[in-house]
Design a protein around this ligand. Structure first.
Ligand code: PLP
Length: 390
């Protein structure tokens, strides 16, 4: 007996089964999908989390939107990104995944819909379903660069639409939101009276950022919520601190924040130690962010160099984020290819279909893996997928 909010089939897919089988027999796996920053050989100063033990956290002061000192610290973080979000418009969460759930509770009734980009982050299907909401995809299409297909946004609208989501840079396409696309999305949201939700968790990880890339927060015509968090901005997913920055017309935002407070007050999920430590962690987390930024650039250079020797393998442009997309010959299905790589070569990569790519064959790899792991994995992988080198 369980609710329809959960997927009908809870079983693991074939790729996950194969991975488990390989690991259980002790065979090594060269994991080119590793996106957990704490597992890729970065240097985390051993005293980094000392601020979590601050005695100030011995006092519990439940504040649904977050402690003022932590909201001020996040407001400074937005300032660092050249964005203006006053502390009163900052709301703390335990993670951005949780923020989605809280926002869907605020904006949508059961069976309502939110528009989500495709290809994008696979968790959207779960995050929406768990709130009884339907994710309606719109397309992000590749024509040399990835851009939002605005016609498909229009086509996805219905009387049940309760929000438009945008991810910038998008995972896994790495594409940023462009100024004119933002203007078009704002027009749509304004006409429909629905909020714009911008997932900007990878905002700091620019590689080849277009000159007209913008944050959703650069306008305040419609109710807008930008999501961020320590998980990505400081490589600290285990600390569990996310945030929302709100913008939009005061007359709409203020009542929504009061309603949101009721939801947040029912959970009070952000721990006091992390809120007390927020200011210090945001400052010291810059060191991890810089290591990640360097790692991504170095890995991308290596990826391009190695793939460059195989004319049939293309590395799609990366504007930002933590992932790279490879286009490979479509001689077998992505699933068969990914299984072959895992079973026979011990190399793990994600298939494009995992992120709902509209056609085959794409492989997705993480750009934060250890450079030695990337080198070994690519050598093996390219021998299988790339055909003869040039
Ligand atoms: C686009 C995107 N948004 C949100 C998240 C989740 O971040 P958090 O750890 O803050 O829940 C991820 C995690 O990979 C992501 O890729």
């Amino acid at each position: 007996m369980r609710s329809d909010r959960l997927p009908r089939h809870l079983g693991v897919n074939q790729v996950a089964q194969t991975l488990e089988a390989r690991q259980s027999t002790g065979l090594p796996v060269i994991d080119l999908t590793e996106s957990n920053p704490t597992l890729v050989g970065l240097h985390y100063p051993p005293d980094l989390l000392t601020p979590l033990a601050d005695a100030a956290a011995l006092r519990y002061d439940p504040q649904p939107l977050g402690l003022p000192s932590a909201r001020e610290a996040v407001s400074r973080e937005f300032h660092r990104q050249h964005l203006t979000v006053p502390p009163e418009r900052v709301v703390l969460t335990a993670s951005s995944s949780e923020a989605y759930g809280l926002l869907f509770k605020l904006f949508a009734n059961p069976h309502d819909e939110v528009l989500v980009p495709q290809p994008s982050y696979p968790l959207f299907d779960y995050l929406t379903a768990l709130e009884g909401v339907r994710a309606v995809p719109y397309q992000v299409s590749y024509h040399g660069t990835w851009r939002i297909d605005l016609d498909t946004v229009q086509q996805g609208l219905s009387s049940r639409t309760r929000g438009v989501l945008v991810v910038s840079p998008n995972n896994p396409t790495g594409s940023y939101l462009h100024r004119d696309d933002l203007a078009a999305l704002v027009d749509i949201c304004e006409a429909r009276g629905v909020p714009l939700i911008g997932d900007e968790v990878f905002y700091d990880y620019a590689v080849d950022r277009p000159a007209d890339a913008v944050s959703v927060l650069t306008q305040d015509r419609v109710v807008t919520v930008a999501l961020g968090g320590l998980s990505k901005s400081a490589g600290l997913p285990q600390v569990k601190l996310g945030w929302m920055g709100w913008s939009g017309p005061v007359a709409q935002v203020e009542p929504l924040l009061r309603a949101y407070e009721v939801i947040a007050d029912s959970y009070l999920s952000v721990s006091t130690p992390v809120q007390q430590a927020a200011s210090a962690l945001l400052v010291s987390g810059a060191g991890i962010r810089q290591q990640l930024q360097q790692r991504i650039r170095r890995n991308l250079a290596q990826l391009r160099a190695r793939c460059g020797a195989y004319p049939s393998v293309g590395v799609l442009p990366v504007e930002g984020g933590w992932t790279a997309v490879l286009q490979v010959p479509s001689v077998q299905s992505e699933e068969a290819l990914v299984l072959d790589l895992l079973q026979h070569d011990g190399v793990r990569v994600h298939p494009g279909y995992f992120f709902d790519f509209p056609k085959e064959a794409f492989l997705i790899i993480s750009l934060i893996v250890h450079p030695d792991v990337l080198a070994t994995g690519l050598d093996v992988m390219l021998r299988r997928v790339g055909g003869p080198p040039a």
